[in-house]
Design a protein around this ligand. Structure first.
Ligand code: ADE
Ligand code: ZN
Length: 349
């Protein structure tokens, strides 16, 4: 039996990185601003005359130790200040697609945080043009399809989110959906009920971060009040069997991010991460990278870190990859093609 065909999930019989890389898969939870590697941070800082607190990539990386989500967000929002012109956003996006192509991604659904740019005076249209330009470049270069999802910062005023929605409606050709991110505790999903209602009425798809640091009630609220079709993170579902049954019955995906959860002390010990338990409970769990430049790994490394920590089997990894395709916003026919390809690859040897 070859190493890649082992049924078990640990030791020398563990599925290999090459096997996981070869599986067609989608990344569904990725903040483009969270792909800003220190080298690019420094280069754009120089290009745009933005002063930074570190002057070498090593110095920047040495700051990447976080007590919690807020501690990370402080650094993340400091970093985005180097993104000023359309070309900066395009370079950032192109670099991400080059990187995730090497991990075997075939489709990506990318978040961006317009408020973190517009409030600094960067025109909304420049942000969108830069990111969409990079996504199109990546599609041409690597054959990766994409969707773009605009996130509202939940710790900023609801009126500001409404303004972003107004701006987004002029870019319906590239913006497919809305999400909710930033500091979760004390900012329940229901605060954004009206914004989401308008977004959905305009035909935008709804997703939201919930149950990252917040309680399971925020997950239920995002489903019932915001009408989301996926939950980003959803770690808190682990303590709530009734909620798990609801998620499983409705086919609501959780876009989980193991390395992020470790880095932000949500699940400091990855061997205790709930993704395997939730997968076994029938929830549509997916693996993603969140803010890979800050959390120590892109898509493939998230699969491998989860595999190592939780002893995931080859069948678990195939299921996670299949879930990522199923839970994507791709048309059903394209999903079916990719799933068929996945089954061929998974049974190859
Ligand atoms: N923005 C970027 N990364 C985030 C995360 N992990 N949670 C909430 N907001 C974010
Ligand atoms: Zn996120």
């Amino acid at each position: 039996m070859s190493a890649t065909s082992a049924p078990g999930g640990s030791g020398k019989n563990a599925p290999t990185a090459e096997f996981v890389r070869s599986l067609p898969k989608a990344e569904l939870h990725l903040h483009i601003e969270g792909t800003l590697e220190p080298e690019m941070l420094l280069a754009l800082g120089r290009r745009n005359g933005v002063a930074l607190r570190c002057s070498t990539a090593e110095e920047c990386r040495a700051q990447y130790h976080f007590d919690d989500l807020q501690d990370f967000l402080d650094l993340y929002f400091e970093g985005v200040r180097v993104l000023v012109g359309e070309q900066d956003f395009r370079d950032l996006t192109t670099a991400y697609l080059d990187r995730v192509a090497a991990d075997g991604a075939r489709h990506v659904e990318v978040f961006f945080d317009p408020q973190s740019h517009v409030t600094r005076g960067v025109p909304f249209a420049d942000v969108v043009a830069g990111i969409a330009g990079g996504l199109r470049d990546g599609e041409k270069e690597h054959g990766i399809s994409w969707r773009l999802i605009m996130c509202f910062l939940r710790d900023r005023p609801v009126a500001e989110a409404m303004e972003m929605l107004d701006l987004a409606l002029d870019h319906r050709d590239v913006i497919t959906g809305v999400g909710l991110d930033s500091a979760e505790l004390g900012h329940p999903p229901a605060d954004f009920a009206e914004v989401y209602e308008r977004a959905r009425a305009a035909g935008l798809v709804a997703v939201a971060h919930a149950g990252e640091e917040g309680p399971p009630e925020y997950i239920a609220e995002a489903l019932e009040v915001l009408g989301v079709r996926r939950i980003d993170h959803g770690v808190a579902a682990v303590g709530d069997p009734a909620l798990q049954r609801l998620l499983a019955a409705r086919g609501i995906a959780l876009t989980m991010c193991p390395l992020s959860n470790r880095a932000l002390q949500v699940t400091p010990d990855l061997s205790r991460h709930p993704l395997k338990e939730l997968l076994d409970a029938g929830v549509l769990v997916t693996i993603n990278s969140d803010d890979p430049a800050y959390f120590g790994g892109y898509l493939l490394e998230n699969y491998l870190a989860a595999q190592r920590a939780l002893g995931l089997s080859r069948a678990d990894l195939v299921r996670l990859a299949r879930n990522s395709l199923t839970a994507s916003l791709l048309p059903e026919a394209r999903k079916a093609e990719l799933v068929a390809e996945l089954e061929r690859v998974a049974t190859r040897d």
